[in-house]
Design a protein around this ligand. Sequence first.
Ligand code: FMN
Length: 234
Amino acid sequence: MPTASYRPHLHSIPIQSDVPGALPISTSRRPMNRRQSMTILVLAPVLLGVSAFVTMAVKDQSYAPSPEYAPAGEPSRQDAVVYYSRSGHSEAVAREIGRLLNAPIARIVSDYSLSLTGQGKALSDASDKALPSIEVESIDLRPVQRLYLVSPTWLFRPATPLWSYVEQTDMTGKKVVLFTTGNSRFEQSEIDAFAERVEARGGKLVRHVFLRRGRIYWQKNREELLEEVRANMA
Ligand SMILES: Cc1cc2nc3c(=O)[nH]c(=O)nc-3n(C[C@H](O)[C@H](O)[C@H](O)COP(=O)(O)O)c2cc1C
């Protein structure tokens, strides 16, 4: 029976640290109140989101560009590749498709820098479904029967520059194959909306391939991504 002078109270007994000379560690803790638990519950996903957003920007800025590609000799006349890529992954995919078909290739350029600001602009334009101004490398689409469009996924749909491209391109009679890269997922309703815009320009979306690179902290490397491209083109 504890006496008045000896009242063991587990929460207030200092225990010795394993580190010699270290100060005793107090285990006294007050249980978290409801408000503190709620704050942690709300803040945790926000912090995770911010950290993923910043990690994505850092990774994008350090990505090594894929080897250049140009068709060898006489290029295919019936196939062509047009792509937009902000941080290089869709560019690697587009170049691989070009290489497999020996097809001409053209890059869409738009003003989304690799900085955090550029990433923020990409996010807000994607959310607004904006049609940004673009420049496209020169390519002769007249003989092309099958047009490969390649783009990243932004907010579950192809990135905004690809939509701008469709709006300003005559696709009469062309079959369109869409390749999108992404970390996680796309919305089929957005692909259907994209197919409608292709159709409005005279083309037909005959296939969509989504290449999932994996969540920001555990992603496929370039060779694994290109292996998937080859498997889809076989
Ligand atoms: C603004 C923004 C929005 C994104 N939204 C999605 C998304 O909805 N789904 C997805 O799978 N990936 C999403 N991502 C990840 C990119 O699609 C992915 O990293 C892509 O492979 C990048 O291609 P790039 O290197 O050719 O620009 C998003 C990236 C950014 C910058």
